[in-house]
Write a protein of this length. Structure first.
Ligand code: SF4
Length: 233
């Protein structure tokens, strides 16, 4: 538990909101159902995707799917944070985690962290036409082994097999997104909700760039970057 006895109330410094929006819980489902939050405001963190948990110093593989409030542009600063006013633009309809967070005492937040989290199927319903693409995406491009692939691929005598496997995952990921887009023409914001971040983007933070030629991606490992690892591997 983080406790700072000096502080007893929020002084609206905005640090929490600058670090990123909250994960959504079942208690937040009404916000989506009543259009206070739209799908464009959300991003899916897929099971196995590297994330920073509360208080962690290095990324760890997410144990479950998480729906988070989106950031602004390429930043994690919460989409609903007004930096000029240092205020929340949806304060009365802010999600559970935001209403519990006191940076000087995180006990209440820790009690709910990682519990009763919403996932995509809680939000879009069983007849959504994108569901078949989401299911195929999870089947063909699961991230559940990403942590071990990342540690294998950056070793000096890296297994070619791990590189090939990651390359196939990157290409399948892009192919399924492209097929879904060709049929339903959704925005990039909606893509981040339906399919999460593209794998090639996730790999960049681990020093693995991708090169694209004739629509096919290949991996290019940047040896100058440190071999970042997922926690626990
Ligand atoms: S919803 Fe509001 S309180 Fe919560 S992180 Fe975003 S700006 Fe901050």
């Amino acid at each position: 538990m983080t406790e700072n006895k000096q502080k007893t109330e929020c002084d609206r410094c905005g640090t929490c909101c600058l670090k990123g929006g909250p994960a959504l819980h079942y208690e937040d489902r009404w916000l989506v159902q009543n259009n206070h939050l739209q799908l464009e405001h959300l991003i899916t963190i897929r099971k196995g995707e590297p994330i920073f948990s509360l208080g962690a110093e290095m990324p760890e593989a997410s144990q479950t799917e998480v729906i988070k409030m989106k950031g602004k542009g390429s930043e994690w600063t919460c989409f609903f944070f007004d930096e000029q006013e240092a205020s929340c633009t949806i304060y009365k309809q802010r999600p559970l985690e935001c209403s519990l967070l006191k940076c000087w005492d995180t006990a209440a937040l820790e009690k709910v962290a990682g519990r009763n989290l919403l996932c995509r199927t809680d939000i879009i319903g069983p007849h959504d036409p994108l569901l078949q693409f989401i299911e195929r995406h999870e089947e063909k491009c699961s991230l559940k082994n990403l942590g071990s692939l990342l540690s294998e691929v950056r070793q000096e005598n890296s297994e070619q097999q791990a590189q090939n496997f990651l390359t196939d995952l990157v290409n399948s990921d892009l192919a399924i997104r492209t097929q879904a887009y060709a049929k339903y023409r959704f925005s990039l914001d909606l893509e981040l909700f339906f399919f999460g971040r593209p794998l090639f983007k996730i790999l960049q933070q681990f020093g693995l760039a991708t090169r694209e030629e004739n629509g096919i991606c290949s991996l290019a490992i940047d040896p100058s970057l440190p071999a970042a690892r997922l926690g626990g591997l």
